[in-house]
Design a protein around this ligand. Sequence first.
Ligand code: NAD
Length: 291
Amino acid sequence: MQIIDGKQVAAQVLEEVAQDIAELKTKGILPGLAVVLVGNDPASQVYVGSKVKKCAELGMNSKKIVLPEETTQDELLEVIRQLNEDSSIHGILVQSPPPPHIDEAEVVLAINPAKDVDGFHPENVAKLVLEDETGFVPCTPLGCMRLLESAGVQTAGKRAVVIGRSMIVGKPMAHLLMSKKANATVTIAHSRTVNLPDLCKEADILVAAIGRPNFVTKDFVKEGAVVIDVGINRVDDATAPRGYKIVGDVAYDEVAPLCSAITPVPGGVGPMTIALLMANTVKACRQQNHC
Ligand code: NAD
């Protein structure tokens, strides 16, 4: 059984990004990412902080814009309009979830698709479906594909089951797996799927993106399957220093012995997301500078 080391693969991606940045710098071009946070949700603050920190480590330009909780929709749209115009910024993301009074769909629509490094704009969703590689694909499924590739997993002709149909993970993951690059035969399962364990048991590649701790037990997994666990769930743990620990959607201890390869949580998919965000920003920078 192979434990797929997301930290190591993320480090490789970041090394490639660093090389790209160095090359762009020789042309006088510096990639830039703007991260917009509305409100003071503690988890969002951590995510935004780590994105900006990663930009700094890579020598990339970044702009962290923190707006008060009471920011109106129009004020936020105006910030995005300015970032769309800012030629030093190639990627824009608005940290999710915004406060409830913000219409997130309208915000996503306001971002210039060429700068939409999260891949949420309908134009980029369409490009994913059309397999147009000029588009931007959400970072987490992109990271999952890179993990499969680096683990040497052959996807062509394989049965893949993706549990979860969100726009950020499940749906783009299914599209990437069924693309003419990966050529898997894909089933998407969700909260209304019947006989989920039996369906999952047919999978050569099983992707869990549900958001329920330890949901996927050994009854879901065929011997020799590859399991990608996207879940990040906080569960109480009195023995942990902070009183909780992070677990995935897969009951790792009982599932891992069945697998040919599996991603751990933490240290699997998690580190890939930020690495691919950096890669998407450099891609956006290259496209905007036609180089
Ligand atoms: P979501 O809540 O938007 O979607 C969850 C999906 O799971 C839904 O499509 C739903 O139909 C499905 N589901 C829920 N209950 C189910 C059940 N009983 N049986 C079958 N399907 C069921 O969540 P999301 O944003 O896609 O995130 C999924 C998980 O991935 C979460 O734990 C999240 O924290 C994690 N996540 C991790 C990263 C990362 O960087 N590693 C990034 C994004 C999300």
